[in-house]
Design a binder for this molecule. Structure first.
Ligand SMILES: [Zn+2]
Length: 407
């Protein structure tokens, strides 16, 4: 991150780089949905006002939602504190709604402020956002709870439940008069985001158990991803079933490997989605991936120590790599081996061999050029948004470095 980028900035909205239209739907009576890139929300009309679930990510999108809401917003419910669910909340404050969230959500918002520089860097790597620190205009909840909570508004009842799943501050809602469940990011339309490489551990087993609670209600309609995406009937139950099964299967595989003592770098290649679920339309690895799940689930149950006594109190990585580099004694040898491995379709292994040189001599231009080739090869067939964006981020960093040296 450059020095000027470290300044707080409210003039740059990272989301402004994404120009898409918001799409609206009214899939069942009294329920409206809005979908925008990386975010969605929904609202429910009652005879005494509106209950809004989540807010979208960018205010300019949320303003379009606000224009379509005909009645007063009495309640805003956050399904959790991820930015794509609550960042545009200021747009909806005119009617002074009660803002309801899990008891743990305010801690999350505090954390975002505390770790703002890290968050900017990780958002650049994860989403490809410009690496800036936006000034956060956050609306904290006016009412928090833990467990179950019910309120009525006009002709409808809202049964709220807290959960530990994608986050520790998840809330899902069941409205019996509509036979509809609004489950936030308990489902996102692809393989569940249980492992995010930049984030703390997530709650695999609790996630499956919470979806089992949703299933017990046998809801006719399920709104997910904040509320903007909708499935019904058998399809809804299939979506939930596939999620429960894949989470429980991968979770149990990880537990088994931990007990057997499989090293984490082997485990991530061993843990697999069951064959019959690989084609499920609900589980495509377009956002997260099973390797991230395995890492995450391992870290939930397991400390940092990987069982190799060398790694209990290690020296800094660059110092160790420097020793190996001095033993090899020739940068050409390392680059040559990386090339051979690339030709043998072993780009990841090549990347790790090359890392000896990159760590020992971070200014080595030839090493950076080689790394770009390797990352391009790895990224070419990667359809997982998070890992693909990460490869691209580091390709661009290396290209910028080379350009700065060639001046
Ligand atoms: Zn989320």
């Amino acid at each position: 991150m450059s020095k000027e980028n470290k300044e707080q900035s409210d003039s740059v909205d990272p989301i402004n780089v994404i120009s898409f239209e918001v799409t609206f739907d009214n899939p069942i009576k009294d329920v409206h949905t809005a979908r925008a890139p990386l975010s969605s929300c929904g609202w429910i009309d009652t005879t005494e006002g509106v209950v809004l679930i989540d807010t979208l990510l960018a205010k300019r999108w949320a303003k379009q939602v606000k224009e379509r809401i005909k009645d007063k917003i009495k309640y805003l419910i956050y399904t959790h504190g991820h930015m794509d669910h609550m960042l545009a909340a200021p747009v909806f404050m005119e009617d002074n709604p009660e803002v309801i969230a899990s008891k743990y959500l305010p801690d999350r918002l505090d954390k975002y402020q505390m770790l703002a520089p890290y968050k900017a860097r990780k958002d650049a790597q994860q989403f490809g956002f410009p690496e800036i620190i936006p000034k956060l205009d956050l609306i904290y909840p006016t009412k928090t709870f833990l467990g179950d909570m019910t309120f009525s508004l006009g002709d409808k009842t809202f049964e709220l439940h807290t959960a530990r799943a994608e986050t520790d501050d998840a809330v899902w809602i069941y409205v019996p008069e509509l036979d509809a469940a609004f489950i936030g990011d308990l489902m996102i339309g692809s393989f569940p985001n249980i492992g995010n490489p930049w984030k703390p551990t997530r709650f695999a087993l609790d996630w499956a158990k919470e979806l089992e609670r949703v299933r017990e209600l046998n809801p006719k309609y399920i709104f997910y991803s904040g509320g903007g995406t909708f499935i019904e009937g058998e399809n809804a139950i299939r979506g939930i079933n596939d999620h429960i099964e894949v989470i429980r299967s991968l979770h149990d595989q990880v537990v088994d490997h931990i007990n057997k003592g499989t090293h984490i770098t082997e485990m991530i290649h061993e843990v697999k989605i069951p064959e019959h679920l690989k084609k499920s339309p609900f589980l495509q690895a377009s956002y997260s991936r099973p390797e991230f799940f395995a890492f995450n689930c391992y870290r939930w149950y397991h400390g940092y120590f990987d069982g190799n006594i060398t790694h209990l109190l290690p020296r800094p990585e660059k110092e160790v790599m420097g020793e190996l580099y001095n033993l090899i004694g020739d940068p050409e040898k390392i680059i040559k081996r990386a090339k051979e491995l690339l030709e043998q379709d072993q780009a990841q292994l090549a990347l790790e061999v090359l890392d000896v040189l990159i760590q020992a001599d971070p200014e080595n231009i030839e090493a950076k050029k080689m790394r770009i080739k390797l990352l391009e090869k790895i990224g070419k067939d990667d359809y997982c948004l998070m890992s693909r964006n990460a490869w691209v981020y580091f390709i661009n960093k290396d290209k910028d470095f080379i350009k700065s040296k060639e001046k």
